[in-house]
Structures are given as structure tokens and as C-alpha cells.
Design a binder for this molecule. Structure first.
Ligand code: T1G
Length: 686
């Protein structure tokens, strides 16, 4: 018997191979050895007529072991094991629970049949790691669901619920919840009783033939149609070409596998895939708090209260409702309250119109809201999140009142985006119960939650806030109490440099184009025009470009244009008015025009200071680790994930080059950055 596998023979000659390799039965070397042993054993055992492959623990195989990538391969390899299974000559049934993903689902496709419990999910998420399914997924899935469905499933990478997978043909039957083993054995017995052939997926070519005459046009069109969302990523392109090859090489399956391997090998060593594999672990590492272990208890949060039913308060409320947590939503006036509840209902109904939730679910969520006027309604809730105006006096007033109203043991959370959390906490007699929960707008969409730990916040409250974040669908990143916390603080540097550089010669469109080509959805000036110059451009003391544009009543897309002019379809064109304001400010500040810069130099000018600020956030202890900073930038500002985030990207550029670039632009590099560069160290390369 192997370390992680047990092999038993049930009545009727059903061989059962059960693998149990926590945490997710990843197809690492131990699992591969167990599979190799079990299938060789049953292939040689004449009493075994059919085989069931099942997993213990929380899930069927969740894919190749991502931690093995980039390391010397260990025998037997995945494809070797798959060949033994596929050529064993006896019907094999994959019994699926949990999440059969990546190589795990590819293994299920090697089997002749697949049965799953209704709660199971299946999928090929390799694209999210900058890879493609490298164990036959791009060749077998099109044979099961057809090439067109396979294109969406593999380039999307999302898990598919069992019931939908049944409809698509990705699985052949549903088992009863909790009875997977017995139902899978019964399914195998029925195959024998009905004399069903052990058809191999690789031999099923009918769905490929059906689109042969539309190849390669079908694939060229698919790439063109998705050019925007695939921009900057390598994997989607290679996935499309691999699926295309499945048709062009059929029925020669092995030839298709050769093409898949070629396209996989282009991806695995790429910096994009290294960045996305790094990010996979970074997102999970963020949940770990260095000085708060499993021994620290969490506080039950069964009910929540939200203060403020505006954009942020409404979005925050929806997060709790989506997790089934009832919310007392508080406003100061009935009119504001009704408006806020109405916006929440409209958001849900729009989702229902798109078929992503039922009307019944809309009503279920809406029924969890208790609208109320005044803070007194929050006396019994377990956790209160305030989302009132970003003004320290107002927040302190609210927390002072909450101190008298909230029950003992309630968590008091502030959604402040940059104010001093300790100043808020000290407005109460219970600072250990005060924590920051900084959501990003729109709060019901953006996955980043910065959990801000005050000087006196208790470990239990910190741990609970981090876990509540996960429960409501966020990725929680712990931040110390410093101005702007992590994401806003580091990304402010990008805006600051853009404002300075645009005075020196490069135009707003030069700068925006360079940042867009780097991988952001839009550049800093396009973003300001979209958000509104009055939202950002007011309250500054010194004379600025934005301030002058606001004085000209140029508020951005919403009114008269901003850094750009806009036509009735909001198409942007360079603005002579903005160009003149920029020239006036440059003259006023005595900034010399240094002419144009290359896109690479613009990127360095705007983003090296972000790396530098990240190094300061680290050396000040605001972030626990460099990868948390990358998670915050990627989830909070859509920093392109295929660069790994600012710190991973800084390492890719080379820290000494970053240091030299900062000095050349007159910016003092952080001590930590200089030290690491001098020692040839990195922030994120282990
Ligand atoms: N390899 C190694 N470790 C993994 C892993 C994997 N595939 N998946 C999860 N873990 C670890 C994770 O780091 C964490 O560790 C623990 O398991 C729990 O994970 C050849 C090339 C399965 C949906 O992309 O999506 O197959 O922090 O916290 O929220 O074509 O993990 O506890 O030490 O995420 O319940 C394709 C990735 C690989 C699936 C479970 N497979 N995993 O979510 O738990 S490439 C994937 C997930 C491949 C083939 C290709 C999720 C999950 P620790 P967790 P969860």
C-alpha cells in the first residue's frame, strides 16, 4: 500500500483506488506514485473488471502540484501516469467531489466515465496561472463538449458546477450527496452489466469533425473578439491554438498532444506565468498573520450593521447579504435610507436580468436588510461597519456614540480609506474592539479588503475581521495604521509622478498610452477624467493643473472634459485647453520642458516610485510581506497580474536599476530598497 493510496476490490470485481493526500490531493509525486501503483496492480489483477478512482479529504484532485513547477521533474510524470490509466483496458470511473481542477479534471477525462456529487465543481483554471492544461485538457475537452464550448471553458478558467457540467457533457452522471463511493461503485457495476465499452475520450472525434470546415477561421475570430480581455496575457492565445490543433490533427491524438506540449512549454518559463503562479500563493499567504496563530479565537459574527447607505455603505451591505449575514442598515434620514435600499435592490435586479441570480435570491437577500434611522438600532449587532463621510471629526463623533450604543463584544469597524484609525479608536472606551475594514469601490465588486490593525486592536478582532473578509468574498490584506494604508498609499505615487511628468513635455495621452500598454485598464489622466476632477482636484493648497481645470469648470467626462475633450459618445481627443493649462502651470512653476520620453521611460518614471513606496510600507511594518503589497495593488488597482504586482515587477526589472532610476529622477530610494539592491537580494524571489 502506498503512502497516500489504498486499493480495495469490492463485490462484482470493482477495484477502488482511493487517494488521500491533503490538503487538496494535488498531483504531486506522492499522488502520482500511488496512482501508478494502484492502476498497475489492478491492470494485472484478473478479478478486477472495472475501476473506481476516488479521493479522500475535501476534494478530488485539484490539479498538478503548483509548488513543483520550475523544479526538476520527478518520475513518474503526470502524462506517464495518465497513459497507464488510459491504456489499462478496463473501464475506469472518476468519482468526483469538491473541486476537480486542472490536472485533476484532466485526470477525470482520462477515465472513461465521470460521476460527481451535485456540490462538486470541475474546471481547467490553468489560464489563471499563465498556463494551459498541459496533460491533454486542450485535446480531450473539445472532444467532450465541442471546440466552441471548450474555448470559453479553458480561456475563462472558472470552475463549473456539477449540474451544468452534466449538461455540457463534462460529467456523465450525478451521485447522491454523501453517497459518492457507493454510487460510483454501482455505476461501475452497471457498466459491466450493460456491457458498456470502455471508450477513451481520445477516440471520440465526432465533435471535432463537426467544426473542421470552420477551422482556422473560428479560432482567429475568437482571438479577435476577445483581444481586449486577452491583452498582455500569453496563455489565452496558446490555449486557442491548442484547441485549434485538436481539430487539425484529429484523429491523430498523439500529434495533437505534441502541439499541446509545444504550446505549454512556451508558457511555463514565461515571466507572465511565473508572475501568476507567484500571485496564486501570494493571495493565500495574505491570510496568514505573523503573530496571530490558530490558538487565537475568532468572534462569532452572525449579524452586521452598516452606517451609511451611500455608494460605499450600500456596496458593503451587499457583501454581507451575499454571505447570508443579516444587516441593519442605518441612515440619518428616511429619504437617504430609501434611496440606499433602492440602489441595492436595483443592483440585484440587474444581476438577475443577466441571469446570474434568480428573483427569489434577490428577495432572499433583500429580506436580510433591516433599514433603520439612527444609530440606536445597532445595539445588538455583532459587527458594525461605518461608511460615513471621510472626515475625522465625523468618524470620531460616530464612534463616540457607538461606544454608548453597541453591545459589549461588538466589533466596531471603520471603512476609512486613509484616516488615522487610532484617532478613531480613541474616541471610544474600547479601542481593542476597533478595526479598519477598508473596502474598494465598488465595494460589492472589488475583491480587496484592507484590514487595518490599530495600536490597541485585539488579536481576536484582527483575526475575525480577516476571516469575515474571506467569508464575504474578499481577499483580506492586513495593514498597519499608516496614511493611505497600502494600496492607496503606493498608488498615490503613480499619480504624483504623472502630474509632475506632464509638465515636462510628455502629453497626457503619451503618459496614458504608456501605462495602458504596460497593462493597466487606463492611464492616470483617463482615470481622473472618468472619476471626476472635482472628486480629486479640490482641497489642494498649491496651484495644480487639476485645480485650474476645475476653475474652468472642466470636471472630466461628466462635464466639459478634463485632460481630454470628449464627443457625445465620450470618445476622448487631446484637449488644446488642457494643453494650455499644462503649459501655464509649467511656466508658473518654472518647470523646464525636457521634450518627449519613451514609453519605457514613462513607465519607469511613474512606477519605480510605486516600488519605492512599497519598500517603505515594508520597512515601516505597515505590510507584513512584499507579496501582500502585490495582492493589494492587483486587487485594489487592477495592476496587471501577469507582472506579479509592483514588488514582483521591481524584482523583474532589477532592484539596482530601480534604485538608479529613482536617483536619476531625484527621488531618495528607501533604505530597504538600497540595501536589498546592494546585496543582490529580491523582495519576492524567495
Ligand atoms: N498545488 C499545490 N498546492 C495547492 C494547490 C495546487 N494545485 N491548490 C491548492 N493548494 C494549497 C494552497 O496553497 C493552500 O495551501 C491549500 O492547498 C488550500 O488551498 C498539468 C499544469 C482547490 C479551489 O489551479 O483553486 O494542473 O496555504 O486555501 O480556498 O494541466 O486551492 O493551506 O498551505 O486555496 O478551499 C491547476 C488551484 C494547477 C487549482 C481550494 N489547479 N487551487 O480552495 O483552499 S496547474 C489549480 C485552487 C495544472 C495541468 C496544469 C484552490 C481550491 P496552505 P486554498 P480553498
Amino acid at each position: 500500500m502506498s503512502e497516500v493510496g489504498t486499493f480495495t476490490v469490492e463485490e462484482g470485481g470493482i477495484g477502488v483506488i482511493a487517494i488521500d493526500n491533503p490538503p487538496v490531493n494535488a498531483l504531486g509525486i506522492k499522488t502520482r506514485r500511488a496512482l501508478d501503483e494502484g492502476f498497475r496492480k489492478f491492470a494485472a489483477d484478473d478479478s478486477v473488471k472495472a475501476i473506481v478512482l476516488i479521493c479522500g479529504g475535501r476534494t478530488f484532485f485539484a490539479g498538478a502540484d503548483i509548488s513543483e513547477f520550475g523544479k526538476p521533474p520527478q518520475e513518474p510524470g503526470l502524462v506517464d501516469v495518465f497513459n497507464i490509466i488510459e491504456n489499462g483496458g478496463k473501464p475506469v470511473v472518476a468519482a468526483i467531489h469538491g473541486t476537480a481542477l486542472g490536472g485533476g479534471y484532466e485526470l477525470a477525462l482520462i477515465c472513461n466515465y465521470r460521476i460527481a456529487v451535485p456540490s462538486a465543481m470541475v474546471g481547467l483554471p490553468e489560464v489563471k496561472l499563465g498556463l494551459l492544461p498541459g496533460a491533454g485538457g486542450t485535446q480531450r475537452l473539445p472532444r467532450v463538449v465541442g471546440p466552441e464550448a471548450a474555448l470559453d471553458i479553458i480561456t475563462g478558467g472558472d470552475p463549473i458546477p456539477a449540474k451544468k457540467a452534466l449538461g455540457l457533457g463534462m460529467i456523465d452522471a450525478l451521485a447522491e450527496e454523501g453517497k459518492l463511493r457507493e454510487d460510483a461503485i454501482a455505476f461501475a457495476r452497471s457498466l459491466l452489466a450493460e456491457g458498456k465499452p470502455a471508450v477513451r475520450v481520445r477516440d471520440r472525434n465526432e465533435k471535432l469533425e463537426a467544426v473542421r470546415d470552420r477551422t482556422p477561421a473560428l479560432f482567429d475570430e475568437y482571438l479577435a473578439k476577445n483581444a481586449r480581455s486577452f491583452r498582455g496575457f500569453k496563455a489565452p492565445h496558446n490555449i486557442v491554438r491548442a484547441i485549434q490543433a485538436s481539430i487539425e490533427t484529429a484523429p491523430d491524438f498523439d500529434k495533437g498532444m505534441e502541439r499541446e506540449r509545444e504550446l505549454f512549454r512556451e508558457l511555463e518559463p514565461s515571466i507572465e506565468s511565473q508572475a501568476q503562479r507567484y500571485y496564486f500563493f501570494a493571495e493565500r499567504e495574505a491570510a496568514k498573520i505573523p503573530d496571530i496563530g490558530k490558538d487565537v479565537a475568532t468572534i462569532p459574527v452572525k449579524t452586521a450593521g452598516v452606517i451609511g447607505a451611500g455608494t460605499m455603505g450600500g456596496g458593503i451591505t451587499m457583501n454581507f447579504l451575499n454571505a447570508g449575514i443579516p444587516v441593519t442598515l442605518v441612515e440619518m434620514t428616511q429619504e437617504a435610507l430609501d434611496r440606499g435600499v433602492g440602489v441595492i435592490r436595483r443592483n440585484y435586479e440587474n444581476t438577475a436580468k443577466k441571469g446570474r441570480m434568480t428573483q427569489e435570491q434577490v428577495e432572499q437577500r433583500m429580506a436580510l436588510i433591516t433599514p433603520a434611522i439612527g444609530l440606536e438600532a445597532l445595539g445588538q449587532v455583532d459587527m458594525i461597519v461605518e461608511a460615513v463621510f471621510e472626515e475625522i471629526a465625523i468618524k470620531q463623533d460616530v464612534f463616540g456614540k457607538l461606544d454608548k450604543i453597541a453591545k459589549q463584544g461588538a466589533i466596531l469597524a471603520s471603512n476609512t480609506s486613509y484616516l488615522d484609525l487610532d484617532a478613531i479608536a480613541n474616541a471610544t472606551s474600547r479601542p481593542e474592539w476597533v478595526v479598519g475594514t477598508h473596502f474598494f469601490s465598488p465595494a460589492n465588486v472589488m475583491r480587496l479588503l484592507e484590514v487595518v490593525r490599530g495600536a490597541k486592536t485585539s488579536k481576536e478582532v484582527v483575526k475575525t475581521a480577516m476571516e469575515i473578509g474571506k467569508k464575504i468574498g474578499k481577499v483580506s490584506v492586513l495593514s498597519g495604521n499608516g496614511f493611505g494604508f497600502i494600496a492607496n498609499r503606493i498608488m498615490t505615487q503613480r499619480g504624483k509622478q504623472a502630474d509632475q511628468l506632464v509638465l515636462e513635455g510628455p502629453t497626457p495621452q503619451d503618459i496614458d498610452q504608456a501605462i495602458y500598454n504596460y497593462g493597466f485598464a487606463m492611464g492616470p489622466f483617463q482615470m481622473i477624467d472618468l472619476v471626476g476632477l472635482d472628486v480629486i482636484g479640490r482641497g489642494e493648497t498649491e496651484r495644480t493643473i487639476r485645480g485650474d481645470l476645475v476653475k474652468l469648470d472642466r470636471l472630466g467626462q461628466k462635464k466639459n472634459g478634463g485632460f481630454y475633450d470628449y464627443d457625445e459618445n465620450r470618445k476622448a481627443t487631446p484637449s488644446p485647453v488642457a494643453a494650455k493649462v499644462i503649459a501655464d502651470i509649467a511656466a508658473f512653476k518654472g518647470v523646464e520642458n525636457k521634450g518627449k520620453l519613451s514609453a519605457e521611460d514613462i513607465v519607469a518614471r511613474l512606477l519605480y516610485p510605486v516600488v519605492n513606496e512599497g519598500a517603505k510600507v515594508l520597512e515601516e511594518g505597515i505590510a507584513s510581506r512584499a507579496s501582500d503589497i502585490d495582492v493589494a495593488a492587483i486587487l485594489g488597482y487592477n495592476w496587471p497580474v501577469y507582472t506579479g504586482g509592483p514588488m514582483f515587477w521591481g524584482d523583474t526589472v532589477g532592484l539596482q536599476k530601480v534604485v538608479d532610476g529613482l536617483k536619476a529622477q531625484g527621488i531618495e530610494p528607501s533604505k530597504l530598497l538600497v540595501e536589498k539592491a546592494a546585496k543582490g537580494e529580491s523582495f519576492t524571489r524567495g
